[in-house]
Write a protein that binds this ligand. Structure first.
Ligand SMILES: Cc1cc2nc3c(=O)[nH]c(=O)nc-3n(C[C@H](O)[C@H](O)[C@H](O)COP(=O)(O)O)c2cc1C
Length: 327
């Protein structure tokens, strides 16, 4: 049985990826992920603010006037942030030495300028690829949707100037014309798109009368969001698609591959079920392929994408007409 998958030009032994999270932040866990069989690992993101703190510090040391990004000092301790940059590069270097599967670096960014020069250092540290986790909550009433979208393309252009390794963009579904944005991003020279990130969100505790964090971990119902958009977009995009959000078991992996994903990323399920759950997910995929008579992934990947006889309406339908009509 051959589970090999190409993603961002890398050859993965299977399509299951450990998504960027607190579980990909230590060599011990990274090794356990490899032992459990995942095809690649996305390291926990470093924040743009941390990179900017270090850049500011370097500028100060060379006695150049001004700072690139003074506001950050209001929020973070500068020493901690400089330290986190060197720790991050060390983590990538050590991860590359510790395991043989591809290691994908990750940057959490909210702007399109300055920080992309840091990509060179992630490359030098040995990362095989890079994931840009970009999100700007579209809540600023002074900025149009076009203003928000431009930031993504500006960042891509800057990264393209320095990146020698392939890179993917991890996005949210908060765009006014999501389908068009996905296609345009896929044509911008990136190697992959991760659909979608899931955010820390607010909830309200009605007893304590406080705003509190909502569920940190996803549940399996949430797979419907990446499933719909990968099903609709996989035949239309010019880059690889990786699925993220709500993948709790092997069945979800199969579904997203059928919808056209090249790879499937998992975070919450590893928190809930342990890193070794990866082995069960891969075994399920293998068993299912055996049962259906497939011996490689490309024989069925995208088989149920919204194209040809697959009834695109099944993905595009948004109202529960039949369900509501009867009762
Ligand atoms: C505790 C935690 C930490 C995370 N940290 C990051 C991060 O640093 N960078 C990132 O791109 N995504 C991060 N994520 C998001 C995951 O990579 C993933 O996209 C999201 O949780 C949806 O997938 P899931 O349903 O498998 O959890 C984090 C998720 C969790 C639960």
């Amino acid at each position: 049985m051959n589970l090999q998958t190409s993603y961002l030009g890398l050859n993965l032994k299977n399509p299951l990826i450990a998504a960027s999270s607190g579980l990909t932040n230590s060599i011990k866990d990274i090794k356990e992920f490899e032992e459990s069989g995942v095809g690649a690992i996305v390291i926990k993101s470093i924040f743009e603010e941390e990179i900017m703190a270090e850049l500011n510090h370097s500028i100060a040391q060379t006695n150049r006037p001004g700072t690139l990004y003074p506001e950050i000092f209001d929020f973070f301790d500068i020493r901690d942030m400089e330290d986190s940059v060197s720790k991050y590069l060390k983590l990538i270097k050590e991860a590359k030495e510790a395991v043989s599967i591809p290691i994908i670096g990750s940057i959490n960014c909210i702007s399109g300028t300055e920080w992309p020069i840091f990509v060179e250092r992630i490359q030098e540290a040995g990362a095989d690829a890079l994931e840009l986790n970009m999100f700007i909550l579209p809540s600023d009433l002074e900025r149009s949707s076009g203003d928000f979208e431009k930031v993504y393309f500006d960042a891509i252009e800057e990264v393209k100037k320095v990146a020698k390794i392939p890179f993917a963009l991890k996005i949210s579904h908060y765009f006014s014309n999501l389908g068009q944005m996905i296609v345009k991003l896929s044509e911008s020279g990136i190697n992959g798109l991760v659909l979608f990130n899931r955010f820390y969100s607010p909830d309200i505790d009605i007893h304590k009368m406080e705003v509190v964090p909502a569920n940190i971990y996803s549940n399996s119902d949430e797979i419907t969001m990446p499933l719909r958009w990968i099903g609709m977009m996989s035949p239309k995009v010019k880059c690889d698609l990786s699925a993220s959000t709500g993948v709790n078991d092997g069945e979800a992996v199969v579904k997203l591959l059928l919808a056209g994903a090249k790879t499937v990323q998992v975070a919450s399920s590893f928190y809930k079920n342990g890193i070794k759950h990866a082995t069960a997910m891969i075994n399920f995929l293998e068993e299912w392929m055996k049962e259906k008579g497939y011996d490689n992934i490309e024989q069925f990947r995208g088989k149920l994408a919204a194209v040809g006889n697959n009834n695109p309406a099944a993905y595009e339908r948004t109202q529960f007409m039949k369900h509501f009509a009867g009762k």
